[in-house]
Design a protein around this ligand. Structure first.
Ligand code: GLU
Length: 529
């Protein structure tokens, strides 16, 4: 209990610091900051418990649990492409976020229905298991509507050339991580100490607060994220149903499909490949046939940055699975005489971000004033290098502790530190870049694709986690061998990225960015829309 209270006490000054820094930003940013904070509170609160819920409540084997965990975290990031396209074409981002928030409240509250713990040798109760999968499906659908679109609305609060833009995304990212920090700590603590349903229930209440903040604060968005084609939304299409109602019907049917799919890692793999191929082909088609040259080049640069996401999250997302289990089983977690539950360490990353985010944003400004700020692709390279170094530091620490001994907890603090500084060089920078590099009619699509790449990363992450759980081997050695390999790989890719960064930067054509309506789109495409 003291530990979670301490975490909350650590978060509060960070929150005040971020709010203070927001005084020069549009008021709408406060709304998006708090709505996304609560959404991430519920997402990460639930996720911190998920792997343990699967292995300790339902008694799934480690590998099967990683499979379900991977299918879930992959699907969660596949659906934002569809959410992004629906928002671009019909709903507008604001309405899409509201729909997503409602689905999320239902999903998280559904997770609180846990039934009796499964006894060793018995199978889980079918009804409870299906309620669990349905809850996962509702969360997946909710994130699909919400996640990319809320980030897009942040971008819509600013003109493309507005200098506050990157800072705004960093502050928004602090909001994301305030939510993850408090969510993982509180839901993790309640769930592991008093019972799963309390942790999951708390996640549901958090999401409800997010929904209330968003709906209440809508006027402050001043029209950002409103549908570009409201008349299309109301148009009757099929059997007397309007586009809007068809979207609701489609949502219902897709929820059922996702409900069936989330238990099948292989099927999710196929869906991911198909979604990836179709999305990439469609984006290139749109870029070649509907965009002017500079706008098209920018999309190519965005796609390059998006591809780096796959590698980044594949390694970074060991946090919730293999690194979480490593911390549980192989780390001496005693701090000031108290054994800290493993899931509480899920908060570290977010905790670091709350304080390091604003500092890093200030560092970029400091460097920019001296003409030394790295370009976005260079920041990506630096991010990937730090990610690799994080793994190498843990491997080194574990080896130094000696075979058969628990790893000192300081190395868990260090790996999360390096992963966090890496993330800050890549993730908020990327969100900001996506909204800038895209044309308005494709911004939801591009943002959705950004998260699709995260989904692919999460899928690969599950395969890496499964490799660390190879059967019949000495657990610790397998984990460390895998971590050492991926660590060096990331360092090599990061260096390569820095080498090709001038070319990517050229493709961004930052000097010809314009906020004019339809800038970058060929005239014919505009009239068609
Ligand atoms: N921590 C980030 C978030 O939840 C991760 C985003 C991503 O996977 O791209 O927003």
């Amino acid at each position: 209990m003291q530990f979670v209270l301490a975490i909350t006490a650590v978060a509060l000054p960070g929150m005040l610091f971020a709010l203070f820094q927001m005084r020069h930003q549009p008021k709408g940013l406060y709304i998006l900051f708090f709505a996304e904070m609560w959404e991430r509170f519920s997402y990460y609160g639930m996720r911190a418990l998920l792997i343990f819920y699967l292995t300790k409540h339902f008694l799934f084997g480690e590998s099967q649990a990683y499979g379900i965990y991977g299918a879930y975290t992959t699907l969660v990031y596949i659906l934002p492409v569809i959410g992004g396209v629906l928002a671009d074409r019909y709903l507008g981002q604001r309405r899409a976020v509201a729909i997503g928030a409602v689905l999320l409240v239902l999903g998280h509250l559904g997770m609180a229905i846990e039934g009796e713990p499964v006894a060793p040798g018995q199978s889980p109760n079918e009804i409870i298991l299906n309620v669990f999968y349905l809850s996962l499906a509702l969360i997946i659908m909710g994130v699909g509507f919400l996640k990319a679109n809320i980030s897009t609305i942040v971008g819509e609060l600013y003109p493309k050339t507005d200098k506050r833009r990157d800072g705004a995304f960093t502050l928004f990212y602090v909001g994301i991580n305030l939510g993850s920090f408090l969510g993982a700590a509180w839901a993790g603590f309640l769930g592991e100490t008093y019972g799963w349903k309390y942790g999951f229930g708390l996640a549901g209440v958090g999401m409800l607060l997010g929904l209330i903040v968003f709906v209440w604060g809508t006027p402050w968005l001043k029209g950002a994220g409103e549908s570009r084609n409201p008349e299309l939304l109301a148009r009757k299409r099929f059997a007397g149903l309007s586009t809007q109602w068809l979207i609701y019907l489609g949502t219902f049917v897709t929820t059922i499909l996702v409900w069936l799919m989330v238990r099948d890692q292989e099927a999710v793999g196929y869906l991911l490949s198909a979604a990836g191929l179709v999305t990439v082909a469609y984006i290139y088609y749109r870029s070649v046939f509907t965009l002017e040259r500079h706008a098209r080049d920018r999309i190519i640069a965005a796609m390059f940055l998006i591809s780096i996401q796959v590698l980044f999250w594949a390694l970074f997302e060991q946090a919730g699975s293999s690194l979480n289990v490593y911390t549980d089983q192989q780390v001496d977690r005693t701090i000031f005489g108290q054994e800290v539950p493993a899931s509480v360490f899920q908060s570290l990353n977010a905790g670091y971000i709350i304080y390091l985010g604003p500092l890093l944003a200030a560092l970029w400004v400091f460097l920019a004033k001296r003409g030394l700020e790295p370009t976005a692709p260079q920041k990506f390279g630096l991010g990937v290098i730090q990610l690799g170094l994080g793994f190498l530091v843990l491997v080194w620490g574990a080896n130094a502790a000696g075979q058969g001994n628990l790893t000192p907890v300081i190395f868990i603090f260090l790996i999360y530190l390096l992963h966090t500084t890496g993330e800050l060089c890549l993730s908020p920078v990327g969100l900001s870049a996506m909204t800038r590099l895209s044309v308005p009619s494709m911004v939801g699509l591009i943002m959705g694709t950004w998260f699709l790449a995260s989904g692919a990363g999460n899928f690969v992450a599950a395969m890496i986690a499964q490799a660390t759980a190879a059967e019949g081997a000495d657990g610790e050695n397998v984990v460390l061998t895998v971590y050492s390999y991926v660590g060096w790989l990331a360092v090599a890719v990061g260096v390569g990225l820095i080498l090709v960064s001038p070319l990517i930067n050229y493709l961004m054509h930052l000097n010809t960015l314009s906020d004019e309506a339809g800038a970058g789109e060929k005239k014919k495409a505009l009239t068609e829309a």
